[in-house]
Design a binder for this molecule. Structure first.
Ligand code: PBG
Length: 326
């Protein structure tokens, strides 16, 4: 009888206990961030049609939701402010009494210990929907930096734990770092949306944040989906300018970038599992075409396996609730 190969991979797959024992990658709720959309008013909770299970909430309702999230074991939230008044320079973004600063105060009180991350960008606050001030039909980089720095500072003063610039202007991490350091916030970390691609997967988010550009698109500032080497250059710049965590966005279509960023820099890497990724799972599951819990589990484990430390996902609360736990 010929000798069978000594190694039979199936031996360790024979029970769930064995599989768990040798599992290389785990998804831990402690590494998840739940995005939240904050709107003006009181008692407001408005579901977002293209993102079943996700809603816009007023400050009071957001604070209640944050207490629930913290009690479930979700460690962090990412806050997006959706103001009712918008203008060309996005003045609402730098307002010390703006929507995000007010939410920060209320959440701090309702859910002490929760890590409060704020999205730093102008697109939710500008009437044209672009991520900076517009000149001759395009976003003007350098004047935008001052506004972003002022926005980050407003969030810092109101008690943010991490600021996360998502605008993709050149030099914004440095400008924000300098402003924070100058105002006594040298210890406040920056999570840079470092490799943020001009993606069609952001569609549902733009309903949630009411931030779709009124003209043109974001391709003059967000990255071309075809470019991997350039993503590494973007990350290198943000790290040189003082980023503490670097983000790749979206997640599943860009796992190669997640892997390369982790391997090259060895920094904490965040991956943003974005609105379109969420909506596709929800839509297919609603039709009974996929098993939602299993697809979510497999997606998040893949993002972790690629090298992400932190995952920003609209499924964070579901995962903390024990989705797919066996
Ligand atoms: C703001 C911003 C966007 C997202 C996060 N921050 C939208 C965009 O760039 O158009 C997308 C998040 C998602 O799709 O879940 N600049």
């Amino acid at each position: 009888m010929s000798r069978f190969p000594a190694y039979r991979p199936r031996r360790l797959r024979r029970s769930e206990a064995l599989r768990r024992l040798v599992r290389e990658t785990r998804v831990d709720a402690a590494q998840l961030v739940q995005p939240l959309f904050v709107v003006p008013g009181r008692g407001v909770e408005r579901p977002i049609e293209s993102m079943p299970g996700i809603a816009q909430r007023s400050v009071d309702r957001t604070a209640e939701e944050c207490r629930r999230l913290r009690d479930l074991g979700v460690p962090a939230v990412l806050l997006f402010g959706v103001p009712d008044k918008k203008d060309a320079r996005g003045s609402g973004a730098t307002d010390l009494d703006g929507i995000v600063p007010r939410a920060l105060g209320a959440i701090r009180e309702a859910a002490p210990g929760l890590v409060l991350v704020t999205d730093v960008c102008l697109c939710e606050y500008t009437d044209h929907g672009h991520c900076g001030v517009v000149k001759d039909g395009d976003v003007d980089n350098d004047p935008t930096l001052e506004l972003l720095a002022a926005e980050a500072l407003a969030h810092a003063r109101a008690g943010a734990d991490i600021v996360a610039p998502s605008d993709m202007m050149d030099g914004r991490v440095g400008a924000i770092r300098q402003a924070l350091d100058g105002a006594g916030f040298a210890q406040l970390p920056i999570m840079a949306y470092a490799a943020k691609f001009a993606s069609a997967f952001y569609g549902p988010f733009r309903d949630a944040a009411e931030s779709a550009p009124r003209f043109g698109d974001r391709r003059s500032y967000q990255m071309d989906p075809a470019n991997g080497d350039e993503a590494l250059r973007e990350v290198a710049l943000d790290i040189a300018e003082g980023a503490d965590l670097v983000m790749v966005k979206p997640a599943l279509p860009y796992l190669d970038i997640v892997r390369r960023v982790k391997q090259r820099f060895g920094y904490p890497v965040a991956a943003y599992h974005v609105s379109g990724e969420y909506a596709m799972v929800k839509a297919a599951a609603a039709r009974g075409w996929i098993d939602e819990a299993r697809v979510v589990e497999e997606s998040l484990v893949a993002i972790r396996r690629a090298g992400a430390d932190v995952i920003i996902t609209y499924f964070a609360a579901d995962v903390a609730r024990g989705l797919g736990r066996r």
